[in-house]
Ligand binder design. Structure first.
Ligand code: HEM
Length: 507
């Protein structure tokens, strides 16, 4: 006997209808995804959930890994890391598209867990999102803190600190000197004195905390790749570590600000350090009575930026330049001949004649080409959906510009892997962000505002070290055997300390 239910036809109809609906939805989503894939720049296949994380995380450094992938997929490459779309830029033409043609759309910074904690909720200059607050701080930075006049007012600090360095090397004549330690202390020392005035009792603790922060910021935090999973930040060990360092730095900086405030009226303009200058701006009517006054936290975040952006970058360039000159003795000799010709009349090196060191400037330029201090620049984020080179870049895509790979690309540089400062002779290419094959300081609205501040911190120590000493590798090592391995981090540093033996040539 056949079993019959009076509603069976209706049930079959409803089930079929629902099935069709689901099918339609799947087909629609599939075709939408496919059309998106066609519009997105090329990139490797993505896996469910992890996207391309497995292709990026490897033993090699991120800028090396991105270059290998870009060689396969092109200069505008799309990756998905976890949930987040990334755009990897690896040619001057594409860098120009991002940082000039569409700069306004790509001048935001992503909201990353660790940098947000470190920078008082991203209210500093480096990590602040594009907008009124960033414009206000950047203006203060460019017009007041890092202006040519201000840089000149700190000249005596640089000359004293570098002269102390030279004295400490004189006494190590013929012995092995750890230049990495010496140069890193020198640049921290210069930035600390320009920021705080006299030597602070917290200097060593501050230096060590900033170094640890920079090394943490160089890593990728898993919670930044899965922003929708709100529990992840709470589980991050790096976050706990960074919060502790942040509290430590905050206490030191507040102590320094309070100390400056209590003796503020006594400071004359010529002796002003950066904290004095910021307190003065804070107390000026415009700022103290505006709706967005400059707070103590703002001052602390700006000072931290000066340390984070201005010390490891400069010391890194000095150390890479010396390393390259050791490997290329003819370059070292040419630089020494120049600096000794210019300063022999005086018998000592100061900043007045630095502009005459044309060859040394080319050595620095070439160093920044092969060893850019920030090899992937600071990440940017697209503010809106945008078309680049015929591809559609979604809003909130994170942008990584591989300056390291662009600087070593055979298509734009002859003998790209060789260290040849002479390539910059009679060559108008400069690092001001207009030649996109050479952008070690970035370009566009977010270009580094510290170029004028940073250059003397590189030129003066190099000139002094080349003027007074000849340098040899220890243990009868051959010049060509000097290890040039890079270490992991937001800035590009030597993995192993640079240790050399000085021989005095100009006492
Ligand atoms: C060798 C020295 C230096 C190098 C190679 C360097 C490089 C850079 C790079 C690549 C950026 C990111 C640009 C971008 O996103 O497009 C940057 C940003 C920045 N740098 Fe430098 N920098 C150096 C020295 C300094 C110094 C000495 C200071 C200040 C004391 C400084 C302050 C800053 C600030 C505040 C930003 C953030 C700008 C913004 O987001 O608006 N830098 N720097």
């Amino acid at each position: 006997m056949e079993l019959y239910h009076p509603f069976s036809n209706i049930i079959i109809f409803i089930v079929s209808f629902l099935f069709l609906l689901v099918l339609l939805k799947i087909v629609k989503r599939w075709s939408y995804n496919n059309s998106m894939i066609n519009l997105l720049p090329p990139g490797p296949w993505t896996l469910p959930l992890i996207g391309n994380i497995h292709q990026v995380i490897s033993r090699s450094l991120p800028h090396h890994r991105f270059k290998i992938l870009a060689d396969k997929y092109g200069p505008l490459m799309h990756l998905k890391l976890g949930e987040v779309p990334y755009l990897i830029v690896t040619s001057p033409t594409m860098a120009k598209e991002i940082m000039k043609t569409h700069d306004l759309n790509f001048c935001d910074r992503p909201n990353l867990l660790l940098s947000t904690i470190f920078t008082y909720n991203a209210t500093d200059i480096v990590f602040s999102t594009y907008g009124e607050h960033w414009r206000k701080l950047r203006k203060i930075c460019v017009e007041q803190l890092l202006s040519v006049k201000r840089v000149e007012s700190f000249r005596f600090i640089r000359e004293e600190e570098v002269s102390d360095l030279v004295k400490s090397i004189f006494v190590s004549e013929g012995l092995i000197v750890n230049l990495t330690q010496k140069i890193s202390s020198l640049t921290y020392g210069i930035v600390a004195r320009t920021a705080f005035g006299k030597k602070s009792k917290h200097q060593q603790a501050f230096k060590s905390a900033i170094e640890q922060v920079l090394s943490l910021l160089g890593g990728i935090c898993i919670s930044d790749l899965y922003p929708s999973i709100k529990i992840l930040p709470k589980m991050s060990r790096a976050k706990t570590k960074l919060e502790k360092l942040h509290r430590q730095l905050d206490m030191i900086l507040q102590d320094i600000i309070d100390g400056h405030k209590s003796s503020h009226s006594e400071v004359c303009k010529d002796e002003e350090d950066l904290v004095d200058a910021l307190i003065k701006i804070q107390q000026e009517n415009d700022y103290s009575q505006s709706q967005n006054p400059l707070t103590d936290d703002n001052i602390k975040s700006i000072i931290q930026d000066m340390f984070a952006a201005g010390s490891e970058t400069s010391s890194g360039v000095v150390l890479w330049a010396i390393s390259e000159m050791i490997k290329n003795p003819k370059v070292m000799e040419a630089a020494q001949v120049e600096v000794r010709r210019v300063f022999d009349k005086k018998g000592y090196v100061d900043e007045t004649e630095l502009h005459q060191l044309i060859y040394l400037r080319n050595v620095i330029k070439e160093t920044l080409r092969l060893h850019p201090s920030v090899p992937l620049l600071v990440p940017r984020e697209s503010r809106e959906k945008c078309q680049v080179n015929g591809y559609e870049i979604p809003a909130k895509t994170r942008i990584v510009v591989n300056v390291w790979a662009i600087g070593r690309d055979q298509r734009y540089w002859v003998e790209a892997e060789s260290f040849k400062p002479s390539r910059f002779v009679n060559n108008p290419i400069d690092f001001k962000g207009t030649n996109f094959e050479y952008i070690p300081f970035g370009a566009g609205r977010r270009i580094c505002p510290g170029i004028a501040f940073g250059l003397p911190n590189i030129e003066l120590p190099l000139a002094q070290l080349l003027y007074h000493f000849d340098w040899k590798l220890p243990n009868k090592m051959k010049n060509e055997d000097l290890d040039m391995t890079e270490s992991f981090g937001i800035t590009l540093r030597r993995k192993n300390d640079l240790c050399l033996i000085p021989f005095t040539r100009r006492p």
